[in-house]
Design a protein around this ligand. Structure first.
Ligand SMILES: C[S@@+](CC[C@H](N)C(=O)[O-])C[C@H]1O[C@@H](n2cnc3c(N)ncnc32)[C@H](O)[C@@H]1O
Length: 269
């Protein structure tokens, strides 16, 4: 079950009061929203997730936030981006249903679409040209061996198209060290499949547009590429970016997934 990250810090920084409107744009397992409603029963919460398997009020991408919420003007918006543990681990999937290939630890169809729509990770590997694949591995995965891996991907698909996660793990090869050699390639491919960085940039713009004056956007990100986008956005709209809030040692001990989380707060004057 997904554990909400930086829960205490999110609750105290949302600054909500009874009667105000909170939009959780990345509902996931609902951990943050449920705590908000427990603490502030008088708040109106609207939840969004692009994954139709979650129980959000609205299924959609936060890059379309303005259209998804219509005339609503929220007082606070939360983006807790990336994957939930449920998506990664497939807990909760009915027996016989396969996961979507987010993890290199299990052999599953190489899909990686959070929304279930658009081009799959396998289709990217089977059709994009070598320089484009190299570019995503380098740009979205900061993978040192991007050229070599891209070359091997294109070689392999000439005889055997990519179907499953282990097809890709086999091609990457490499020695096991502290970090699995497939980690960066999988991250890069997931970001490309879901257009995650473009969605974040557009989502921030839309959130800023719909937010009430005096309102706040809270963003939790999990790697430097995302945090850079949030930091630059904060600098542009507020003229400055404060230091991000990070999890306590206690939280990292209880939930290792939280270790790379960074929370930034963007306030609208
Ligand atoms: C880290 S989880 C959120 C967990 C949630 N805060 C909780 O405590 O249960 C991220 C969720 O955001 C969703 N998501 C990621 N990018 C999205 C986007 N661009 N638009 C809408 N939902 C998105 C994913 O499908 C996933 O369910």
């Amino acid at each position: 079950m997904h554990k909400p990250v930086l829960l205490r810090e999110v609750i105290s920084n949302l600054n909500l009061k009874d009667g105000e409107v909170f939009v959780d744009a990345t509902y996931g397992a609902g951990g943050h929203t449920k705590e908000v409603l427990k603490r502030f029963p008088g708040v109106k919460a609207i939840s969004i997730d692009q994954d139709p398997e979650t129980h959000a009020d609205i299924t959609g991408n936060f890059r379309d936030l303005d259209k998804l919420i219509g005339d609503t003007r929220p007082d606070a918006i939360l983006l807790d981006i990336g994957l939930s543990s449920d998506q990664l681990e497939n807990s909760g999937l009915p027996a016989g249903r396969q996961g979507r290939g987010f993890s290199f630890q299990r052999d599953e169809p190489l899909d990686m679409r959070m929304s279930g729509k658009g081009i799959t990770a396998a289709e990217i590997l089977n059709s994009w040209d070598e320089p484009a694949i190299e570019l995503i591995l380098r740009g979205f995965g900061e993978e040192r061996f991007s050229r070599l891996i891209a070359k091997r991907i294109v070689e392999r698909r000439q005889t055997k198209p990519f179907k499953t996660t282990f097809d890709l793990v086999d091609v990457i090869g490499g020695k096991r060290s502290k970090i699995h050699p497939a980690t960066r390639t999988f991250q890069a491919l997931r970001i490309a499949t879901n257009e995650e960085l473009a969605a974040l940039e557009e989502g921030l713009e839309k959130a800023w547009q719909v937010l009430k004056p005096g309102g706040r956007i809270l963003v939790i990100s999990f790697h430097s590429l995302e945090d850079r986008i949030v930091k630059n956005f904060a600098k542009r709209v507020m003229g400055k970016a404060r230091k991000p809030i990070t999890p306590s040692d206690e939280e990292i001990g209880e939930n290792p997934r939280s270790r790379s989380a960074k929370l930034r707060i963007i306030e609208k004057p």
